[in-house]
Structures are given as C-alpha cells and as structure tokens.
Design a protein. Structure first.
Length: 72
C-alpha cells in the first residue's frame, strides 16, 4: 500500500508570499491523492523540508484510514 500511496500522489512544494513584511515567503507542501481527491496542505513547521513531507504523508495516511472507516 505504501508504494501505491506514493505512486498515486502528486507532490508539490510551493513558495507562497504571505505578506509584504520582511521575509514574506512561506513554503507549503501540497499532496493530492488522485484516486480519492484528498488534498493535504502542510505549511512549513520545521526547518527540514523532508520532515515536513513525511508529516504530510502521515496526514494523508490518516485521512485515507478515516475515509475507509467512515464508508463502512
């Protein structure tokens, strides 16, 4: 399932302008799971982009698990 999860997910890292103040950029990790249409947006919460991606995939796994429980 994990390999299918990565294969079925579109991953994007986006730099967004969040304000006109000093350093007005923020990085967002966006995951889109194609089969279910679930969209996860994870703002930068750690200095490590890899860790933020891992957290976003964890959120996607929980969303998929909740979705299958809810359908029963």
């Amino acid at each position: 399932m994990t390999n299918d999860l990565y294969k079925d997910t579109d991953v994007r890292v986006i730099d967004q302008r969040i304000g006109m103040d000093i350093g007005g950029l923020n990085t967002v990790v966006r995951l889109y799971h194609k089969p279910t249409g679930i969209l996860i947006e994870m703002p930068q919460i750690t200095p490590s982009l890899l860790y933020d991606k891992m957290l976003a995939f964890d959120m996607l796994k929980y969303a998929l698990a909740y979705n299958t429980v809810r359908e029963k």
